[in-house]
Design a protein around this ligand. Structure first.
Ligand code: S3P
Length: 176
């Protein structure tokens, strides 16, 4: 049997996880899962609707369930996770155990340019830069704790980030 840990991308909203994940999956011939999209598909409603109707804790419960299901897959996956996936210790432990985890680290400038005010992101209010700054500093240690590798994405296109990940990703080796 071959050991097949998944690749999981973590980082703040706007760090490019979904676009990079898609590039990476395509270039490696792996299946791509966007965790937020998987949640929306399961629930039949958008992330914003879940937050508005049921609140953040319920969203985190669903996120935890969908992540666990995803990581149980016997097919090797590239998974892009929502920015807050690291908030729960269970998720951090699962990710580290079952995936090779890469943090796409971005400056607030980069995040601010990519997360426009028109985006439907329930955690951002009238001052997205202030919110991104507060959220990023509150989560920085959690991203560090969860990641096996860090890639700095400032100034890079998604394709270039995917290429950097491919260079540092320790591919699974056959175990028997
Ligand atoms: C969140 C990030 C979002 C989404 C939800 C909560 C967060 O995903 O999961 O709005 O807590 O940072 P992206 O990081 O893909 O935008």
């Amino acid at each position: 049997m071959e050991s097949r840990p998944h690749v999981a991308l973590i980082g703040m909203m706007g760090s490019g996880k979904s676009t990079v994940g898609l590039w990476l999956a395509r270039s490696e011939g792996l299946r791509f899962v966007d965790l937020d999209a998987a949640i929306e598909e399961r629930e039949g409603r958008s992330i914003s609707e879940i937050f508005a109707a049921d609140g953040e804790e319920r969203f985190r419960d669903i996120e935890q369930e969908v992540l666990a299901q995803c990581l149980e897959s016997s097919e090797q996956l590239v998974v892009s996770c929502g920015g807050g996936v690291v908030l729960r210790p269970e998720n951090r432990a699962q990710l580290r155990d079952r995936a090779w985890v890469c943090w796409l680290r971005a400056s607030i400038d980069t995040l601010g340019q990519r997360v426009s005010s028109g985006d439907s992101r329930p955690l951002l209010g009238d001052d997205p830069i202030a919110d991104l700054t507060a959220i990023s500093s509150a989560r920085s240690d959690l991203y560090t704790e969860t990641a096996h590798e860090i890639v700095d994405v400032d100034g890079l296109e998604a394709e270039q980030v995917a290429e950097q990940i491919r260079r540092v990703w320790p591919r699974p080796v056959a175990t028997t």
